[in-house]
Design a protein around this ligand. Sequence first.
Ligand SMILES: Nc1nc(=O)c2c([nH]1)NC[C@@H]1CN(c3ccc(C(=O)N[C@@H](CCC(=O)O)C(=O)O)cc3)CN21
Ligand SMILES: O=c1ccn([C@H]2C[C@H](O)[C@@H](COP(=O)(O)O)O2)c(=O)[nH]1
Length: 263
Amino acid sequence: MSLYDEQYLTIAQNILDHGYYDTNRTGVSTYKLPHQSMQFDLEREFPILTTKKVAFKTAVRELLWIFKEQSNDVKRLQEQNVHIWDEWEMEDGTIGTSYGWVVQKFHQMDTLLEQLKTNPQDRRMMLNLWQIPYLDTGALYPCCFLTMWDVTDGRLNCMLVQRSGDWGLGVPFNTSQYAVLVHLLAQVSNLRPGMLTHVINNAHIYENQVEGIRLQLTRRAEAFEAPALWINPEIQDFYAFQIQDIKLIGYKSHDKISMEVAV
Ligand SMILES: Nc1nc(=O)c2c([nH]1)NC[C@@H]1CN(c3ccc(C(=O)N[C@@H](CCC(=O)O)C(=O)O)cc3)CN21
Ligand SMILES: O=c1ccn([C@H]2C[C@H](O)[C@@H](COP(=O)(O)O)O2)c(=O)[nH]1
């Protein structure tokens, strides 16, 4: 059984059994637990759920939109048939000064790539999307707002900090997305992928997702082996990656589970 299903479903069960029922900004209440974390050795296996089908290509398209294109333009996603940001589109067609915009504004990706190349012992390597002056002019405060990077013994390790994690919809995307980012950065930095540690400050299940998550939990004993990630080995420039350069090999999963997104 895939290690991600195991860790993800253990926390899901805990939230349902012991979560605190509370209201929030969206008007859809949640069951929540503070300070959850998951950890994966990316050389061992790629973390993606098999107990439901995860829209991997959609997740990777969003990742490239943020860190490669460094765009906030929702149209760029819609052109690729990705509609996960439609509800947050502002009047100008963007998500404002959030995510990709902040990466671009502070040249954060260029800086990280340079650090990895020239000084991998650096203990100051991070991507920090939490830029206070620009929070209120973004469509949503960033949820996965911080990654910290470390190179040890030729392996690239990443700690992902997520302030708020929608267990049904956001988190399955986020873990797999950042696992892909580690693989991409490792390849262009001549490193091997290492540990991904995913920390979630407020881990919650919206009450209208409980049924879907309970269905997923019934599949726990029938989880599949994790697929392998294939990355085009010829690409050595981070900005040259395209969607067709990133594939899952042998992704076997149970059916998709539809859930509503709380706006
Ligand atoms: N409440 C909430 N949860 C989130 O996860 C979230 C937000 N808001 N706001 C901003 C973005 C948008 N995100 C989303 C929005 C929708 C899906 C979603 O509907 N996922 C479907 C498949 C979508 C598809 O196939 O294109 C799924 O089953 O995972 C996922 C992430 C993540 N973020
Ligand atoms: O990448 C993402 C983006 C968003 N989310 C979720 C987490 C929350 O359910 C909402 C954001 O609402 P806030 O009130 O701003 O916390 O979106 C996610 O899990 N992953």
